[in-house]
Design a protein around this ligand. Structure first.
Ligand code: C2O
Ligand code: CU
Ligand code: CU
Length: 490
């Protein structure tokens, strides 16, 4: 075989693997105003807050030419942003108006397993499921998305997902930018590929499942936002199926990270780059000067893989969103030096340490089984979970119910951006991350919580397990009785 043929073959193979680097840097003109998901208007009666969400199929105009067939909640793509305060008693009526059974999971929410919206709470077409819980966790940027057995990736890729903002008095006092859509902006980042007739397609196979070559922010392709204040808070949610990002501005300007998945940090952390895995959230505050333009990008995220990220998007770069500052900017309150106290459990309280080994498509050698109880945690217990990526593939880890603090990363204290409350964490190949959490809550031996890799194709391929929270001293169940599963009929 001649050298020319070899090169041609290599090019074909790279293209077939979806692994040739993608870059949209410098290629966008940011013509489209960023869509801001509307804030849902709940029925409020004192602290009883009732929302209604409806899964629907429709079409969405992302690109010039044909519209794209999509799913959304109360709209054709994504969902209204839900917002509630600590102490609120939330009920959400979730109606399935698509022709497949699905679920809606409250990612990061501290609530009973029966209200969690995982694979055991299927909502049949035509049915309404009405979970209800009291918000009892710190202010944070959470989200919601379908979470069914083996088909989460598909349903999320179609567009059914949204943001859920929680408020509390500690956060109120900080004078952070908090006018929704003005100086407090949701930034839902998703990668998609489009067919020649503008339908969502998958470039396959990548090690991380679906990787798209175009970016949508809040469902807007090629977006810009007009900025009218000196400080802008960006609530970034990586709602992509499998893509990691490295958030950076085109001029490398520093910004402040003020919050991670499940709460504000104890103090702002100045960064120029931040890696975000699927499911993670980051609240950033950026300072703008009058009249300027700045582009939020994702530049070659370091996946910590030996291949340097080839095949996983580690060489890909994107222009995400252009910020256009007005010629006159309203002044903003100074960002405080201190944010909120973070009082995590003490290692002296730990009653159990458990290990989770992330393999090719298994956790501790097992694939997801809807009936198997992988572990039982006693109500109120403080545990250390030690998560190791034993494989060369990128993986992450997300337990339901709890938020955790990182104790160490490969034996080293966590870097400043990992010192706040987290519920999802990237675990690079050959690394071990130890986290600590208190499992406070809602004992119920009949309904499990999930833990899983949040690269959705991996989750669907079986990288998920189940745990129950039981009363202390009680006997863990042998199996989950699937006839107890909620069938979405009330
Ligand atoms: Cu974002 Cu188990 O979920
Ligand atoms: Cu979750
Ligand atoms: Cu994984």
């Amino acid at each position: 075989m001649g050298a020319g043929t070899g090169v041609a073959l290599a090019v074909v193979l790279l293209a077939a693997c979806g692994s040739s680097p993608v870059s949209t840097v410098g290629e966008l003109d940011f013509a489209n105003p960023l869509r801001i998901p509307p804030l849902a208007e709940p029925d409020r009666n004192g602290d009883q807050v009732t929302f209604s969400l409806e899964f629907q199929a429709g079409t969405t105009q992302f690109l010039d030419g044909p519209a794209t067939r999509t799913w959304g909640l109360n709209g054709s793509y994504l969902a209204p942003t839900l917002r509630a305060r600590v102490g609120d008693q939330v009920t959400v009526h979730v109606t399935n108006n698509v022709d497949e059974s699905t679920t809606l999971h409250w990612h990061g929410m501290h609530l009973p397993a029966s209200e969690d919206g995982g694979p055991h709470q299927m909502i049949q077409p035509g049915a309404t499921w009405s979970p209800s819980w009291t918000v009892n966790q710190p202010a944070a940027t959470l989200w919601f998305h379908p979470h069914l057995h083996e088909h989460t990736a598909e349903h999320v890729y179609r567009g059914a997902a949204g943001m859920f903002i929680l408020d509390d008095p500690n956060a109120d006092e900080l004078n952070l930018p908090d006018t929704y859509g003005v100086d407090d902006i949701p930034v839902i980042v998703q990668d998609r590929s489009f067919s020649s007739d503008n339908q969502f397609t998958r470039r396959e196979p990548a090690n991380t499942g679906i990787l798209g070559d175009q970016i949508l922010i809040n469902g807007t392709h090629n977006p810009h936002i007009e900025v009218t204040t000196e400080l802008v808070r960006l609530r970034v949610l990586n709602a992509s199926n499998g893509r990691l990002y490295n958030l950076r501005f085109d001029d490398h300007r520093p910004y402040h990270l003020i919050g991670t998945d499940s709460g504000l940090l104890s103090a702002p952390v100045e960064l120029t780059d931040l890696r975000m895995a699927p499911g993670e959230r980051a609240e950033l505050v950026v300072t703008m000067r009058p009249g300027e333009r700045a582009v939020l990008q994702s530049v070659e995220p370091d996946l910590g893989t030996s291949s340097g990220g080839r095949g996983n998007g580690g060489h890909d770069s994107f222009d995400l969103l252009q910020l256009r500052a007005a010629d006159h900017l309203e002044s903003s309150a100074t960002l405080p030096d201190q944010l909120v106290p973070i009082n995590g459990p003490d290692t002296a309280e730990v009653v159990e340490t458990r290990s989770f080994e992330l393999g090719n498509d298994t956790i501790n050698g097992n694939k997801m089984d809807m009936e198997r109880v992988d572990l039982a945690v006693e109500n109120g217990a403080v545990e250390i979970w030690e998560i190791t990526n034993d494989h060369s593939r990128p993986h992450s880890f997300h337990p339901h119910l709890i938020h955790f603090l990182v104790l160490d990363v490969d034996g080293h204290p966590p870097p400043p951006h990992l010192t706040g409350w987290k519920d999802t964490i990237y675990v690079p190949p050959d690394q071990t991350i130890r986290v600590i959490a208190r499992f406070d809550g809602y004992p119920d031996p009949t309904v499990p919580y999930m833990f899983h890799c949040h690269i959705l194709q991996h989750e669907d391929d079986g990288m998920m397990g189940q745990y129950v929270v039981i009363e202390s001293g009680s006997t863990p169940p042998d199996r989950i009785d699937l006839s107890d599963d909620h069938q979405g009929g009330h």
